[in-house]
Design a protein around this ligand. Structure first.
Ligand code: GLA
Length: 375
């Protein structure tokens, strides 16, 4: 028997920009998905879940799999199997039992953690020690099997998280840079009570944002006389100021969509500096501005998330914002550790004032290590 563990993540800042290959700043959690497994020699996966209601899933490890209904957890395990079969070959299978101490559909990446735990287990059975950066890229692409056109943040954070650190993730070239997270700061997470299932209800809204903002940024590049340039290249050459001016000329929602990406990317760079300087006031302010942009410009918040964000700030948090794709799910707040108790308490009061109140009470999270296999 061996154990594959993959953590979930919270994204501190850099929301809805990984799919534009702009940098993001998440941290892996100590909570995650655990897969207890034993190898099978017939190339089949037989998966059970510690929650008996989830039933059993059975499929071969091969490239031609077809996903089940949208939102089905088995699709994420299949996404890992397809990726391993296509990228690494080898006829491997396993009997596995999954358990989780991450709330599902909360924007904490339980689904990517499942993909990562499953892929690491299959590769372990095959005797392959993958390069983590390569695997993160392969799984980001592989997870699109479930029908959501996600970016590369979640798999990279789960694979390459570092205890006590946030990680700045850059794309093209793919790189992960650990940034120490001050020991006397605490991150509090609270659920809105609105499920934000990545491959379920929120899928269409997420995919539409991605499609439309990609088109807007491509149009911006054309108007700058640099068709085909990536947003990162535009930012390097012109800085956000000039680009933001040109965003005003874009028709429809394209202008706001593109300007969110540009300002959010700048906030990630500033947040890394604030973290390194242990400057909580600046860091918190960047989080608050990120939330305002996600709420008012990119429009992916939810009134319940906005209420929780306000409550956390009233309780003394330096900054608070939705985390993950939005449309529901969780928010996070960052505060000095001595204030964490009162932030948790105020968030619970705000939850209890909702009808119906979220089941999950607010909790604190700490930066944890990346995925690992033992046994
Ligand atoms: C989801 C996706 C990520 C990212 C976030 C929004 O979690 O899986 O790739 O796009 O939404 O930042």
């Amino acid at each position: 028997m061996a154990v594959s563990f993959a953590p979930g993540r919270v994204n501190l800042v850099g929301e809805h920009i990984d799919y534009h290959d702009l940098p993001v700043l998440p941290m892996a959690l100590e909570r995650g998905i655990e897969l207890d497994f034993t190898p099978r020699s017939d190339g089949q996966v037989v998966l059970r879940n510690a929650e008996p209601d989830f039933g059993e899933r059975r499929f071969p490890v091969e490239s031609g799999l077809t996903p089940g209904p949208p939102g089905d957890w088995g699709n994420y395990a299949m996404a890992a199997a397809v990726t391993v079969a296509e990228r690494y070959g080898g006829s491997v299978g396993l009997d596995g039992l999954l358990s989780s101490n991450l709330p599902p559909a909360a924007g904490l990446s339980s689904s990517s953690a499942l993909v990562v735990a499953m892929a690491r287990a299959l590769l372990h059975v095959a005797g392959i020690e993958p390069d983590p950066l390569e695997l993160a890229e392969a799984l980001a692409e592989g997870e699109r099997f479930v029908g959501t056109a996600g970016g590369g943040m979640d798999q990279a954070a789960s694979l390459l998280g570092r205890a006590g650190h946030a990680v700045r993730i850059r794309f093209h070239p793919f790189a992960v840079e650990p940034v120490p997270f001050p020991e006397n700061w605490t991150v509090v997470v609270a659920h809105s009570g609105v499920s934000a299932e990545k491959s379920g209800g929120a899928r269409e809204a997420y995919n539409a944002r991605r499609r439309e903002s990609t088109a807007a940024l491509a149009e911006l590049a054309r108007r700058m006389g640099e068709p085909g340039s990536a947003p990162r290249e535009l930012l390097e050459r012109h800085g956000p100021g000039r680009l933001l001016e040109r965003c005003r000329d874009l028709e429809g929602p394209g202008g706001p969509w593109a300007s969110h990406a540009l300002t959010e990317a700048a906030r990630v760079g500033d947040a890394v500096s604030a973290l390194r300087e242990r400057d909580l006031v600046t860091f918190g302010d960047l989080l608050n501005r990120s939330h305002a942009s996600l709420r008012d410009v990119y429009r992916v918040s939810h009134p319940r998330l906005d209420r929780l964000v306000e409550a956390a700030r009233d309780a003394g948090a330096a900054g608070a914002r939705l985390t993950g794709a939005g449309f529901g799910g969780c928010m996070l707040a960052v505060c000095v550790s001595v204030d964490a108790g009162s932030v948790v308490e105020r968030l619970r009061e705000a939850q209890l004032a909702m009808d119906p109140p979220p089941d999950l009470e607010p909790f604190t999270v700490h930066p944890g290590s990346g995925a690992r296999v033992a046994g």
